[in-house]
Design a protein around this ligand. Sequence first.
Ligand code: T5A
Length: 210
Amino acid sequence: MKNYFIVVEGLDGSGKTTAINTITKILNNNGIKDIILTREPGGTPIAEKLRKLIKYNIKGDEITNKTELLMLYAARVQLIEKVIKPALEKGKWVIGDRHDLSSQAYQSGGRNINQKLITYLSNMVIGKFKPTLTLYLDLPPKIGLKRILSRRKIDRIEKEQLSFFVRTRARYLEIASTDSSIITIDANQNLKQVQHEIYKILNQWLKIYK
Ligand code: T5A
């Protein structure tokens, strides 16, 4: 049986964690049990340390946009080389909570970092390595932030202005419209409807790729 790297993307609070549980169940129902879950930034001891540095401010030493970008790629390459590629080589399926598309959306769209720099960095650091399928959960930023606020404190990035998330979402949509490996799901529906859409998309996809 073939094995693949599937990624779930979306704004903060778009329901990625919830979607990953649904995807795992669908894969299990299709006889796919050898699955590992990853998250970005994070997923190895070094990458988890970087995650803390990225998500929380150090007083008196505020992180610059380019430092943030470089730390995200440092965490990503560590995760790819140490966890994702070895798992795929062993025949496991990998489900990622975010991957490179997050940097294209948040750092290029949200932070306004020159896309050429990000593309260059991405090509140099991760090369042609790419998820087979990305499910992008599309949601108006206000709703995602409301969902987060109802259950926990917000982190450094989530404290950004609404306009930051509006730009990030626009970039997600722009890239998704030009890349056939990215499927956009309307995440502004109730949980059952989102789950149903994931069931439909993934079961169809499995018929072709499994
Ligand atoms: N980042 C990351 C970058 O800037 N660049 C990068 O390259 C990368 C990799 C990472 C942060 O770093 C940034 C983006 C982020 O700001 P994270 O841990 O991925 O942080 O943070 P979040 O995206 O905020 O993850 P969360 O776990 O908080 O949100 P999820 O996983 O998207 O949402 P989830 O499933 O936990 O759901 C949130 C709440 O909504 C409910 C759930 O029950 C839960 O309470 N919910 C729904 N409610 C109503 N209707 C639905 N359809 C619902 N679906 C879920």
